[in-house]
Design a protein around this ligand. Structure first.
Ligand SMILES: [Fe+2]
Length: 275
């Protein structure tokens, strides 16, 4: 007969946390809208159907931005019609193709604590199974597009989140904070103050379980000073990211993808799946 002592009993924090990372759905105002030869609506719908049928359901889905191709009500309403069919909550990040105000107005987001009541900012945190997720708004003025930038108030919010009691923290934003060894990505697409973000995270690296981002339409993993930075390929067309690529080029062969992420026992496990 097996007996359990108290310290052998499974606790909530010892239960693996699963989430699915998707990004860059670029949904247009109509169901027939195409970008780089991909039907954005159909691809997003296929992703949702695939996620709903996974053998292990995630605790939630994180969408790291560029939900729509251009921020307008019709596109966000179409996005809501697709993602509200998910069997689990979804959390959105604002991308350079998005408008925070529209995301607040038209999309349903999982339970969260907003950074502020200003709907021009989409920044919040939430806690699951002892892990705090901090979602940052790095969309800057149109003049810096397609770069992103974190304003001082977002660093304040980050520090507040990092100083809480939870053992583990995950950071989520749209833009890559660190260089990716690709000329065009490193010239055009980075978070302008990504090095500062990294400096802020290093003292907490024992607790930071990952920094998840989108924007680059390619799954790219960077490990620096013990901190994992992980992007996901888009649900539509992917981009090349070879070291000497000087400009954006679409990869016509890499399929739409999502990442299934496991956080357990101090490990972060990222599995890419395609549809
Ligand atoms: Fe983007």
């Amino acid at each position: 007969m097996t007996s359990f002592t108290a310290d052998m009993m499974p606790t909530l924090s010892s239960t693996p946390l699963y989430f699915v990372h998707i990004s860059d759905t670029h949904i247009g105002p109509t169901r027939s809208f195409e970008l780089y030869g991909c039907n954005s609506y159909n691809n997003a719908k296929r992703i949702v159907e695939t996620l709903n049928a996974l053998p292990t359901q995630p605790d939630f889905v994180i969408h790291t931005g560029d939900i729509v191709a251009h921020p307008d009500e019709a596109a966000y309403r179409l996005a809501e019609s697709v993602f509200s069919a998910l069997h689990v909550p979804i959390y959105y990040v604002v991308g350079n193709h998005d408008a925070s105000k529209d995301i607040h107005a038209f999309l349903t987001i999982g339970e969260k604590a907003d950074y502020c009541i200003d709907t021009d900012v989409l920044s919040y945190s939430f806690e699951r199974k002892g892990i705090r997720f901090i979602v940052l708004d790095a969309r800057g003025m149109d003049e810096i597009d397609p770069h992103g930038i974190l304003e001082a108030h977002q660093f304040d919010f980050l520090r507040t989140g990092l100083s809480r009691d939870e053992a583990s923290v995950v950071i989520v934003l749209h833009f890559p904070p660190l260089k990716l060894d690709s000329l065009w990505l490193d010239t055009d697409m980075l978070l302008l103050n990504g090095e500062k973000l990294h400096e802020e995270l290093v003292p907490f690296r024992e607790r930071v379980r990952g920094v998840f981002y989108g924007h680059v339409h390619r799954g790219i993993q960077v490990l620096r000073d013990g901190i994992l930075y992980s992007s996901v390929a888009s649900t539509g067309r992917q981009f090349f990211a070879w070291p000497n690529d000087g400009k954006m080029q679409a990869d016509l062969h890499h399929p739409p993808c999502f990442n299934f992420v496991t956080l357990t026992g101090g490990k972060t496990i990222v599995k890419e799946h395609s549809i």
